[in-house]
Ligand binder design. Structure first.
Ligand SMILES: [Zn+2]
Length: 256
C-alpha cells in the first residue's frame, strides 16, 4: 500500500479520534512528537518537535542540554489525499558548553526529516526527483500538480542540480585530466575507484575548480592522481584529510 494512502488513513483516524491518534501519526515522523494537526480545505498543517533532548555540537561533537532559544522551520511535505501538507518543525538552538569550541550556539538537525536550510522534507524531494528523472520537467510539473505538490519546471531542474552537487564523493577517488577537441580544451574526470565508474566530469583542470568540487563533496579518504602539482594542491585544499597517492599508470609513465 503506498505510503501516501497510509498517511491519509492515519490522518482521517486522527481527525475523528482526537489526541490519541497524534501518537499514531508520530509513527510517520520517526524521532519526532506530533504536537498538533490543523486542517483546512486547502492545507494540512502538522506541528512536530524532536524527541531527543540532547544536541550534538557539529563543531566539536560535545553534547548539550542547554537550550539557548527556539524557532519554527516551515517545510513542505508529501500531500495527503491530494491536499498539500505543511510541517511546522520546532527547532531548538543549543549552547555549546565546550570553551575551546568556536561555535557558541548551534541548531538541532532535523534528522531524516529535512536537510539543513531545506524548505522541503527529504521524502518530498525524493518524490520530485523520481518524477523528473522519468519524464520531462514540464510533464513532471503537471504530474506533481495533480498529486497536490506545487512546483515549477525551473524548481524541479534546480532540485536535480542541487541533488547532484550535494552528492557525497566516493571513499576512494581517482582524478585525471582529459582533452576535448584535440587537446585545445581540457577537463577533469572523477572516478569511484571501488566501483570503477566515473562519477562526474568538469571543464578545466585548475586547482581551484578541483578543490571546489572536493569541498562540495566531503568524505573522500583516498585520492589517486597524476603527479602534476595542480591536482596535489587541489586535494590539499579541498580534502585535507584524504591520503594522496600517485596512481600506478602515471608512475609507470614517468619511469619510461
Ligand atoms: Zn562545540
Amino acid at each position: 500500500m503506498p505510503l501516501q494512502t497510509m498517511e491519509g488513513i492515519v490522518i482521517l483516524r486522527a481527525i475523528s479520534n482526537g489526541r490519541d491518534c497524534l501518537s499514531l501519526l508520530s509513527a510517520l515522523f520517526q524521532g519526532f512528537t506530533v504536537l498538533s494537526i490543523d486542517t483546512s480545505a486547502t492545507l494540512v498543517s502538522v506541528t512536530v518537535e524532536a524527541q531527543d533532548q540532547v544536541g550534538l555540537c557539529p563543531g566539536c561533537g560535545y553534547e548539550s542540554r542547554s537550550v539557548h532559544s527556539s524557532y519554527v522551520r516551515r517545510l513542505r511535505d508529501l500531500p495527503i489525499l491530494g491536499r498539500p501538507v505543511l510541517i511546522l518543525a520546532k527547532v531548538r538552538r543549543f549552547r555549546c558548553q565546550n570553551s575551546s569550541c568556536s561555535r557558541t550556539t548551534f541548531a538541532e538537525p532535523l534528522g531524516n526529516l529535512a536537510l539543513a536550510h531545506a524548505q522541503r522534507t527529504k521524502r518530498l524531494t525524493a518524490q520530485l526527483l523520481s518524477l523528473i528523472l522519468t519524464t520531462s520537467s514540464r510533464s513532471a510539473t503537471r504530474l506533481a500538480h495533480q498529486m497536490g505538490i506545487q512546483t515549477s519546471p525551473r524548481t524541479l531542474l534546480r532540485t536535480v542540480d542541487r541533488s547532484v552537487r550535494s552528492a557525497t564523493a566516493p571513499r576512494a577517488l581517482g582524478i585525471d585530466d582529459f582533452a576535448f577537441r584535440r587537446g585545445r580544451t581540457y577537463g577533469t574526470v572523477f572516478c569511484d575507484l571501488e566501483s570503477g565508474r566515473p562519477v562526474d566530469i568538469i571543464l578545466g583542470r585548475s586547482t581551484e575548480a578541483v578543490s571546489n568540487w572536493l569541498k562540495e563533496r566531503p568524505g573522500v579518504e583516498i585520492i589517486a592522481r597524476d603527479r602534476a602539482t595542480a591536482y596535489a594542491e587541489a586535494a590539499r585544499q579541498g580534502a585535507p584529510a584524504a591520503i594522496q597517492v600517485a596512481d600506478r599508470f602515471h608512475l609507470c609513465l614517468c619511469k619510461r
